[in-house]
Design a protein. Structure first.
Length: 253
């Protein structure tokens, strides 16, 4: 039987890779995003909706629609996130700090909040939260992003405890640096902050992993599919790092 899968921020990047991976195994997939151009380009067979992951009313309305049309939900990938500002802590803008936490942390909480009644009713389900290696080690010049991603892990572990008795599993995936336009923008911003070139920053991040490589979005998607599978039926409350094994979280070039 095909699973019913919702992926927030699923119209591009890691979220879209997840959507494609679940679709490839025969699941029904519904993605949300705020990028209308990306939503319009979502592959055929994947349902797409414009929903702000940090807006309680919009998220509540969306999950009511999921319940009405699908009658339940098997897999939630709470994936919404933004990179936030790149700045030294003494230069941090409070409004930008709050905007970053609103999407990365509030968005994860709201996804879990509104998915829970659907999963509780059927006494089964899987929630997978996208955190980051920044949520394990910190991230220089990215304080709000790191703070949010640490908090997502605490949220996940609490959800796993609360919902385990209802047959619901929760885990977090911590990607490292993932190839694509988003990390390119991060490298550009960090290069400017550190007076380096983006290529030098990229090389430093790759050198900071045991494998000497950056991940692809598909690597993260493969983990999400595994966590939603029967093969992971006893995996809950866990942090799954997909990063080539970070051995130096702040590499210098």
């Amino acid at each position: 039987m095909s699973a019913r899968v919702v992926i927030t921020a699923g119209a591009s990047g890691i979220g879209l890779a997840m959507a494609r991976a679940f679709q490839a195994r025969g699941d029904r997939v519904w993605v949300t995003d705020v990028d209308e151009a990306a939503l319009a380009a979502v592959p055929d067979g994947i349902v797409a909706a414009r929903v702000d992951a940090s807006d309680d009313a919009q998220m509540g309305g969306f999950f009511k629609e999921v319940s009405a049309l699908w009658g339940g939900l098997d897999v939630l990938c709470a994936n919404a996130g933004i990179k936030g500002p790149t700045a030294a802590i003494e230069d941090m803008d409070l409004a930008q700090w709050r905007d970053c936490l609103a999407v990365n942390l509030d968005g994860a909480m709201l996804a879990a909040k509104h998915a829970t009644p659907l999963m509780k009713a059927q006494r089964s389900g899987v929630m997978t939260f996208t955190s980051s290696t920044a949520g394990l080690y910190g991230f220089p010049y990215r304080a709000p992003y790191a703070a949010a991603k640490w908090a997502v892990i605490g949220l996940m572990k609490t959800v796993a405890m609360e919902l385990g008795p209802f047959g619901i599993r929760a885990n977090a995936i911590c990607p490292g640096s993932v190839n694509g336009p988003r990390i390119d923008r991060v490298f550009e911003a960090e290069a400017a902050a550190k007076d380096m070139t983006p290529d030098a920053v990229r090389a430093g991040y790759a050198a900071g992993t045991a494998l000497g490589l950056l991940s692809d979005a598909e690597d993260i998607a493969n983990m999400a599919v595994f966590l939603a599978s029967e093969g992971a039926r006893m995996v809950s409350g866990q942090v799954m790092t997909v990063d080539g094994f970070t051995i130096n979280p702040d590499p210098k070039v």
